[in-house]
Design a binder for this molecule. Structure first.
Ligand code: KIV
Ligand code: ZN
Length: 515
């Protein structure tokens, strides 16, 4: 094997399958920010969206395609001429465009969803790939629900797709049903029984319904797959997709077992994980592998002692390898502009001068109220000052009364598209009162599905981070807010959620039935 054959192609679908996580919809600027970070991370192929799904998706793919210089930019399309033409229109200006077309191949999908015979599916797949190949040099074909398809039919479809011009054929475990040994065997079978497989790259795309997505992907790589489809933090449809960080760090940590590398700069994994979490509002569970807050925390005394003596006793990876700096440098009110900017760059963010000025202003304000500013605080400031989408609603003033012997009440002033509105209400508690006023002032019809609060760092002066999940007419939006005052953080999160909801109402995403 030469070194190129050793390399696993990392195909990231955070912006497409990842965006199918409930509430994770992103606007164009947010998608571009993530795509730019993915490119720096060293991702080989970035699936930027599904242009036929909505005008917003189309524009976002177009924007990403125009701006990336090294990564391939893929657009998803069903096996129809209209979808493929739309996908091509969106990616054609990319430095390295790819059309990714798919059709289901399992009998269950054929009978109940597509209502097509195997012959019809085969014919559609060939037509779709031929058309895509007439537009674009780089075509990927996916056999949706491949893991539950008849093996010989799957091989027949792959053979035809490769003959029609597909350079990559993808075997998805769409419903997360496969188990590693069986999936590995399926991959070996497909490689052996698809006569022209040597002319294409075999890819896998696993879902995590049984918590086996990464295990299945790694088993497939062992069996000969050379492209892994992944998302950051494993976000995606239902239980999500295989996570990039797990696959990359498994290959990286166990080189003798896997003997495959990737082009990922692992030191950018942690900042990328944080960025995706901040933009989508989807929190990373603390015990999550690689990127969870506890992934490198040693609680038991015997472990702490061992790690102090030699980290190799209990640490199989170094925190620095994933970009988690051991020295979470403390900034404070005397830290200057330069110290903050250097620190932000060290955290992996690339902000413009204007954005840095905005963050610095917020930093000074926070430093007046909080003695030590840690990385988590700086990230919240970046989120607040830079990553937010254009706001319809903006919190201008908040005053709350609460205590053991008063009725909790809140006075709130909000700017709605620059028009100031004011209100005051009593509630069961201070947050209830604030949410009631905001709800009245904004006339929102949304429902609050979830409210959660946690401390960003240690100490009683820590910023509280609030996450809310709102729903209106089937549209779900997440909102986040952070502040040392948890009532203010709660108000900011609610208003952020309402702004995201406004955006989604104006840019509806109609998920086609077949996805
Ligand atoms: O899970 C799946 O099958 C997909 C395909 C569109 C690749 O996301
Ligand atoms: Zn998928």
């Amino acid at each position: 094997m030469n070194s190129e054959q050793d390399k696993i192609i990392i195909f990231d679908t955070t912006l497409r399958d990842g965006e199918q996580s409930p509430g994770a919809s992103m606007n164009e600027a947010e998608k571009l920010r993530i795509a730019t970070q993915l490119e720096k991370l060293g991702v080989n192929v970035i699936e930027a969206g599904f242009p036929a799904a909505s005008e917003g998706d189309f524009k976002a793919v177009q924007l990403v395609a125009k701006n990336l210089k090294h990564a391939k930019v893929a657009a998803l399309a069903r096996a129809s001429q209209a979808d493929i033409a739309r996908a091509w229109e969106a990616v054609k200006n990319a430095a390295f465009p790819r059309i990714h077309t798919f059709i289901a191949t399992s009998d269950i999908h054929l009978k109940y969803k597509l209502k097509m015979s195997r012959e019809e599916v085969l014919e559609n797949a060939i037509k779709a790939v031929k058309y895509a190949a007439s537009l674009c040099d780089d075509v990927e074909f996916s056999a949706e629900d491949g893991s539950r398809s008849d093996r010989d039919f799957l091989c027949k479809v792959f053979e035809a797709a490769i003959d029609a011009g597909a350079k990559t054929v993808n075997l998805p475990d769409t419903v997360g049903y496969a188990v590693p040994e069986e999936f590995s065997e399926l991959v070996s079978y497909v490689i052996k029984n698809t006569p022209n497989m040597h002319k294409a790259i075999l890819s896998v795309h696993c879902h995590n319904d049984l918590g086996l997505a990464t295990a299945n992907t790694l088993a497939a790589i062992k069996a000969g797959a050379r492209q892994a489809e992944v998302t950051i933090n494993g976000i995606g449809e239902r239980a999500g997709n295989t996570s990039l960080e797990e696959v990359v760090m498994s290959l990286n940590t166990r080189p003798n077992f896997f003997s495959h590398t990737t082009s990922i700069d692992t030191t950018r994994i942690y900042p990328t994980s944080r960025l995706v979490s901040m933009i989508t509002g989807i929190l990373v569970q603390p015990n999550r592998a690689i990127v969870g807050a506890n992934a490198f925390a040693h609680e038991a005394g015997i472990h702490q002692d061992g790690v102090l003596k030699n980290p190799m006793t209990y640490e199989i990876m170094k925190p620095e390898t994933i970009g988690l700096s051991k020295n979470n440098m403390v900034l404070g009110k005397h830290s200057g502009r330069h110290a903050l900017y250097t620190h932000i760059a060290g955290m992996g963010y690339n902000l413009s001068d204007e954005e840095l000025n905005l963050v610095f202003e917020k930093f000074k304000h926070l430093a007046d109220r909080k003695k030590s500013i840690l990385d988590e605080d700086v990230e919240a400031l970046i989120n607040e000052g830079v990553l937010r989408s254009a706001d319809v609603f903006r919190l201008e003033y908040l005053n709350v009364t609460s205590g053991t012997s008063v009725f909790p009440s809140a006075t709130v002033h909000i700017k709605i598209n620059n028009r100031l509105v004011k209100g005051a209400v009593e509630g069961n508690g201070p947050i209830d009162a604030v949410y009631k006023v905001i709800s009245e002032l904004t006339s929102t019809k949304s429902q609050l599905l979830r409210f959660s609060i946690s401390a960003l760092t240690e100490g009683t002066d820590a910023q509280g981070e609030v996450t809310v999940r709102l729903s209106e007419d089937g549209i779900v939006a997440l909102g986040k807010g952070a502040d040392p005052d948890i009532i203010t953080a709660s108000a900011l999160a609610y208003i952020n959620g309402l702004n995201r909801l406004e955006y989604l109402k104006e840019h509806p995403v109609v998920r086609p039935e077949t996805l």
